[in-house]
Ligand binder design. Structure first.
Ligand code: MN
Length: 342
């Protein structure tokens, strides 16, 4: 357990916890578990996540809403929160400041955490290049922030059955059901959670086996539109405004296409260790979401994307960046950079 954080907690009464963007089971689980733990210690705790429900598919949002204690988390932007009202601010499951305010909206404004004397960051992403906290618990080798929290701040014994289920959801999400970033410590933790007789099949079903017909339709569309680049060991999917209009794709369809490509295609095809989704964002901007195979991909994805102007954030086999340039320029830059790796 981390004694420094325990001391900070002992001397504080009002605590703010911010769960990171993107909205996912790990950021929700780590925020809620920390909140419940601090409430039990008699603290006054506010927990927010600056996400919009429309940043994820409606199916995924219905799933996270069904997780235990979800109503303990307020979905609201952080800009209007008077930070000085709190003795401690916790930032969980995020590396950059953009993960702690609604940076998805062009009018989103960063919070000024640098004015606060005690900001504690708990995170398992790549080591941050910008300092946003006064004290950091960081470990990129653990599966999830849930695991990090339960080995440094919150004792596992504290978890009731509902919190154990929530923690399990966090582990399953960030490891793809123990397919990657899974160590003996992760499985030992999972084992302790299962001892609480949680309904783990509910989590598995919601995460992996409850796809909609529309998802399957769009997966078919993805498969028909991927470009196989054998020379660079990469499959690409371009999502342009023209294709979006031609097919009458809605925002929800766009999210489903992103999920289908990243979950079923990128990193899942023999001889193609990587997959990149390229999304046209206005005239001269492109969003890149890239995933690698944990066994065959030898290129560190955040490092690769940082050469195109990314911030180096993410996990070794998963990262996102926004770059200047058209979708075709983005693809060319990406293939050039892939060539520069040994
Ligand atoms: Mn995480």
């Amino acid at each position: 357990m981390d004694q420094t954080v325990q001391n900070y907690i002992a001397n504080a009464q009002k605590v703010l916890i911010i769960s990171s963007l993107p909205l996912d089971a790990d950021s929700i689980s780590s925020g809620i578990i920390l909140k419940k733990y601090l409430l039990q210690l008699g603290k006054e705790v506010t927990l927010v996540c600056p996400a919009d429900p429309d940043s994820v598919t409606s199916e995924y949002f219905a799933y996270v809403q069904s997780l235990p204690y979800f109503d303990e988390l307020k979905l609201q932007d952080t800009i209007d929160i008077p930070l000085t009202d709190f003795h401690i601010i916790f930032l969980v499951d995020g590396r950059n400041l953009t993960q702690f305010y609604n940076s998805y909206k062009p009018q989103g404004k960063p919070i000024n955490v640098s004015e606060h004397p005690i900001v504690i960051q708990i995170d398992h992403h790549a080591v941050a290049t910008e300092q946003i906290a006064t004290y950091t618990i960081q470990n990129s080798t653990v599966s999830s922030t849930t695991e990090l929290l339960l080995t440094t701040v919150v004792p596992i014994e504290f978890l009731d059955k509902e919190l154990a289920l929530l923690a399990y959801a966090g582990l399953v999400e960030d490891t793809g059901n123990f397919k990657w970033m899974t160590s003996s410590t992760t499985l030992a933790l999972a084992s302790k959670l299962l001892e609480k007789n949680i309904d783990m099949q509910m989590i598995i079903n919601q995460q992996f086996n409850a796809k909609s017909e529309q998802y399957m339709t769009l997966l078919k569309w993805c498969i028909e539109h991927i470009e196989y680049d054998k020379e660079h060991g990469t499959v690409f999917l371009k999502y342009t405004d023209v294709l979006r209009l031609e097919n009458n794709f809605t925002i929800e369809d766009g999210l489903l296409i992103k999920d289908a490509f990243l979950q079923e295609i990128a990193g899942s095809i023999k001889d193609y260790p990587r997959g990149a989704l390229l999304v046209e964002e206005g005239l001269n901007h492109t969003l890149i979401k890239m995933k690698g195979n944990n066994y065959t991909n030898t290129i560190n994805i955040p490092q690769l994307l940082s050469k195109l102007g990314g911030n180096g954030g993410g996990h070794p086999n998963f990262a996102t960046t926004h770059i200047t340039g058209t979708i075709d320029e983005a693809k060319e830059k990406l293939t050039n950079q892939i060539e520069s790796f040994p």
